[in-house]
Structures are given as C-alpha cells and as structure tokens.
Design a protein around this ligand. Structure first.
Ligand code: NDP
Ligand code: 8X3
Length: 252
C-alpha cells in the first residue's frame, strides 16, 4: 500500500514541487488549494506520468467549517496520512506598521497561522490514531528574524516556529515527527502575491542574485521525510548562497 502525503497550497511553488517529488517517490497524494483548474491540471499531469492515486480538495484553509467538512468526509483509507505538508501561505504587502493594511494582516494571520492550525487539528488526530506520521511546517527566515516592513508576515512565521515546537512536544507520546522547513528567498508566485500581481516589483526582489527554486525546498523536505524512523530533524534553515540573513544579500 502506497504512503499518502497531504500537501496544502499544492497549486504553485513549493507545494507543487513537493507534489511532483512525492509522486516520483511513489506516494499517493491529497492536493489542496483554492484554484481548482490548476489542481485538475497538476493531478492530470502526475497521473499521466506516475502510477499513483490523487484526491483533489478545493478549499480555502481559512474556512474552518468547509475545510473540516472536506477533510472529514474523505474515505477512511485516505485518512491514513503519512506526511502532512503545511505549506499554504502568503505575504500581502510590505508596509510599515503605521501604514499597514488591516485586510492584509487578517489574510496573513488567517492563512499562515489559523489555516495551518485548522488543518493540523484534523490531520494530527488521524496520525494519533495510527500512532505515526510526519508533519512538515513551512516556516521562513522571516520566522527567525524580523526585517523592515515585514512586521505581520514575520509575526505569522514566528508563530509557525512556535507551533512547530509546540506540536513536537504534544505529539511526542504518539510517535509523530514534526519538522519546520525555513526557506530564505525562493522564486515562486510568492512575491507576485505579496505585491498583488505587480510582476515588475516581484521580479526586482530577485535582481542580481540566484534565488532558491521550489524544487530545492522539495528536495530538503524529501530528505527530512526519508530519514530512518528513529531520526527527526527539528528544523532546517535553507538560504540562497547569495543571502546571508533576511536582509544581507550579495547582489551583483
Ligand atoms: P506560492 O504563492 O507560489 O504558493 C502558495 C500556495 O499556497 C499556492 O498553491 C496557493 O494556492 C496556496 N494558498 C494560499 N492561500 C491559500 C488558502 N487560503 N487556502 C489554500 N491554499 C492557499 O508561494 P510559495 O510556494 O513560495 O509559498 C509556499 C509557502 O512557503 C508559504 O507558506 C510561504 O510563506 C513559504 N515561504 C516562501 C518563501 C519564498 O521566498 N517564496 C520563503 C519562505 C517561506 P491557491 O492560490 O490555489 O489557493
Ligand atoms: C519568504 C521569504 O525573505 O520574504 O518567507 O521573508 S522573505
């Protein structure tokens, strides 16, 4: 019986790269995101390429009731999740605290913190029942440091760091592994989303340096997941070579 990975935010960037890599490793997949057409295309691509089964879930992780319904109504065999990748997340805006957009703050807190919690609340129960599982929380360098105008996004990723530690403590008696993967700059749709579709501004973020690509992070996740049963990697900070800290970057 193939193992199962549930990936939130599977339609783009790091989540999509994880879907490709875990499919190649023989996993069956539960792919969750809001953009249905992208989920359909991704699932079809993977089903054509690999021998695997895929469940698509069109859901917004902020909508606790709908998310809960969609997860709880999965057939029993799909609730045997081996790996949960809590990846759905975003940044909105880059403004000083006195000019911050309240709706942006709500979106980031509701997605990055509450959405991660809602998903974990359900899936961790399944893992407790089966006495095994591995939860991967996608944090960030922004969860280790704070940079100018990063205020609320950084706060949400610091929360992910705290939750990662808290989950590991609470789930310890149940044999469940918990790991945070904390990337620096990865070129995905992240900056386009942060700057609300302004592609020029998004592109500038990566001017003069070679950023990470989504597959770099997927490979790190696979490394963590494929360790022997007695090994848990608590967290991993992964940066582009040209980025020393959140703000110190060697641009040529
Ligand atoms: P992308 O924008 O490329 O991907 C984000 C994914 O999250 C999309 O699949 C999107 O799907 C999904 N998503 C966003 N909001 C929701 C929601 N409310 N409900 C369900 N799914 C949602 O960015 P990345 O791949 O870069 O980001 C993935 C994670 O990595 C995020 O948590 C981000 O904070 C983190 N990260 C990114 C870094 C970077 O430099 N790129 C660095 C450090 C961390 P859809 O729109 O279809 O719902
Ligand atoms: C995304 C990377 O540097 O914009 O978490 O915070 S950064």
């Amino acid at each position: 019986m193939s193992k199962i990975a549930l990936i939130t935010g599977a339609t783009s960037g790091i989540g999509a790269a994880c879907a490709h890599l875990f499919a190649a490793q023989g996993y069956n997949l539960i792919l969750l995101a809001r953009r249905e057409q992208l989920l359909i295309e991704l699932a079809k691509h993977l089903e054509d390429k690999y021998s695997l089964e895929i469940k698509r879930i069109v859901a917004d992780v902020r909508d606790q009731e709908d998310l809960s319904y969609r997860l709880e109504t999965l057939p029993a065999q799909w609730k045997k999740v081996d790996v949960l990748i809590n990846n759905a997340g975003l940044s909105q805006g880059l403004d000083p605290i006195d000019k911050g957009n309240i709706a942006d703050w709500d979106t980031m807190i509701d997605t990055n913190v509450k959405g991660l919690l809602y998903t974990t609340r359900i899936v961790s129960n399944w893992m407790v029942a089966q006495k095994s599982g591995h939860i991967i929380n996608i944090g960030s360098i922004a969860g280790q440091e704070v940079y100018p105008n990063g205020n609320v996004y950084c706060a949400t990723k610091h929360a992910v760091d705290a939750l990662n530690k808290g989950m590991r403590i609470d789930l310890l008696p149940h044999g469940i592994k918990v790991t945070a993967i904390n990337p620096g700059m990865v070129e995905t749709e992240f900056s386009k989303v942060r700057f609300k579709g302004d592609e020029g501004r998004a592109k500038k973020v990566y001017d003069g340096l070679e950023p990470l690509v989504a597959n770099d992070i997927a490979e790190a996740i696979w490394f963590v997941v494929s360790r022997p049963p007695h090994v848990n990697i608590n967290d991993m900070l992964i940066m582009p070579t040209a980025q020393a800290t959140g703000t110190i970057i060697d641009r040529k």
